[in-house]
Write a protein that binds this ligand. Structure first.
Ligand code: FES
Length: 217
């Protein structure tokens, strides 16, 4: 599901400056001279992370998103019309164009996750947090979002919280995870059933010698 493109989100700071100018320079240096416009995506990501860092310390907290002023600043830096930056930011679903909660919970409901019970995971999230997909909790901690395949189908059902994947979920482990996040406890990510990578639930069934050698069994 494409996130809503709220270029006119209610809250828009009037200006934006990058804090880490060295990082901006490093990103620009990845591209050949004259092709700095290619830096648009990593600069959007950097802006979103900077806003998220500020939001984590705010009260109430909020998560990473990209104000329009940040897009305009990026357009200035890479010397393109602002619309060129808006086009990229509104196309890709990983860029948030309106404030989100400190924890952005993206619930995959595409076919493999759906067949493995994502409906129950969505229900567990909605009941635990008291909100529906597309909404943010009043305390600013969580935004729920229903998304398409996140590429971890082999360990379905799964959700993504900010940068981390939580896989092999059950309604109980999902509730526990949300509880941990609410109380500031760290939760291990990846498979919550202890699978390494995409190995079978019964453990590796092929190439066992190699698996032993690299320490996954
Ligand atoms: S279908 Fe959910 S991760 Fe692919």
């Amino acid at each position: 599901m494409k996130k809503s493109a709220a270029l006119h989100a209610d809250f828009q700071p009037s200006n934006f400056t990058f804090r880490d100018l060295k990082k901006v320079e490093e990103i620009l240096s990845r591209y050949p001279k004259g092709k700095q416009r290619s830096a648009v995506m990593p600069l959007l990501d950097l802006a979103q992370r900077q806003v998220g860092e500020d939001g984590a310390k705010a009260s109430p907290p909020y998560g990473g998103w990209i104000p329009r002023a940040a897009m305009d600043e990026i357009a200035r830096i890479i010397d393109v019309p602002p619309i060129k930056v808006y086009e990229v930011a509104t196309f890709y679903s990983m860029y948030n164009l309106a404030p989100v909660g400190k924890y952005l919970v993206q619930m995959c409901t595409t076919t493999p996750c759906m067949l493995c019970g994502s409906g129950d995971i969505v229900k567990a999230c909605e009941e635990k947090l008291g909100i529906h997909a597309g909404q943010t909790t009043q305390d600013g901690l969580f935004t729920l979002m229903e998304v398409e395949c996140l590429g971890a189908c082999v360990n379905a059902p799964m959700i993504q919280v900010n940068d981390d994947y939580f896989e092999d979920l059950t309604p109980d482990s999902t509730r526990q995870l949300l509880d941990d996040l609410t109380h500031g406890r760290t939760s291990s990510h990846g498979s919550l059933k202890g699978r390494k990578g995409s190995m079978a639930l019964s453990g590796p069934t092929t190439l066992q010698d190699k698996a032993k050698k690299i320490g996954v069994v």
